[in-house]
Design a protein around this ligand. Structure first.
Ligand SMILES: Cc1cc2nc3c(=O)[nH]c(=O)nc-3n(C[C@H](O)[C@H](O)[C@H](O)COP(=O)(O)O)c2cc1C
Length: 196
């Protein structure tokens, strides 16, 4: 399976690497997991499942990720797709979760119509105020945002566990007799992954 990412400053790549590491840990030999930047030449057709993430700039994915998403919509068919966004506001508490839910909706407006990812999750990233437009800086500070590394690795791991549990190859590997029990640590086999 493919874990692809678009990043401007690197924090999204860190999350993609963590998701891939966790998937490898959980699925073992049942699937090969590769991590790639969302380059124009990246062809999703050779993968059975895709996880695609992007940094959020101005409430939208970076163009490289949006372009890959458009290609994936056409070529993935019914193979599963999971999406994640990496933003300056982390869903740490109910108030910020309201904000991040709205942000997810805004980001999804930029997704191609007809796209049906199994899940779309927002994670906090690394915030450096330098380079952020003034209006974005003010808006973000007004929401109680602070510079620094807001990545919640436990939340990333839980999300990856949910993906692993939903992979058909993992269910087969866990159940040679053919039943549908998931392999991954008691998580549900049915997507979407655990609550935001
Ligand atoms: C130009 C710019 C615009 C940004 N716009 C947003 C935004 O609209 N919403 C948000 O939550 N975070 C925003 N951020 C914060 C980034 O999403 C956050 O720093 C993220 O971790 C960046 O990921 P990266 O390190 O992979 O590039 C912005 C950052 C920059 C530099």
């Amino acid at each position: 399976m493919l874990v692809a990412y678009a990043t401007a400053a690197g924090s999204t790549r860190g999350i993609a690497d963590r998701i891939a590491d966790r998937l490898r840990e959980v699925v073992g030999d049942a699937a090969e997991v590769v991590v790639r930047p969302a380059d124009p030449e990246l062809d999703v057709r050779s993968f059975d499942a895709v996880v695609l993430g992007s940094a959020v700039h101005d409430m939208a994915w970076l163009p490289a990720a949006t372009h890959l998403l458009r290609r994936a919509r056409v070529t993935l068919g019914d193979r599963p797709l999971w999406c994640f966004s990496v933003a300056g506001v982390a869903p740490r508490d109910p108030v910020r979760r309201l904000v991040t839910d709205r942000e997810l909706q805004r980001v999804e407006r930029g997704f191609p119509s007809g796209l049906a990812p199994r899940d779309h999750r927002l994670f906090g990233g690394v915030v450096v105020l330098r380079g952020m437009p003034l209006w974005g800086r003010l808006f973000w500070l007004a929401l109680g945002g602070r510079p620094g590394d807001h990545r919640d690795w436990a939340a990333v791991d839980r999300w990856a566990d949910g993906i692993a549990a939903a992979l058909p190859t993992v269910r087969r590997a866990a159940s040679p007799a053919g039943d549908e029990r998931p392999a991954a640590r008691g998580t549900s086999a049915v997507p979407p992954a655990p609550g935001r």
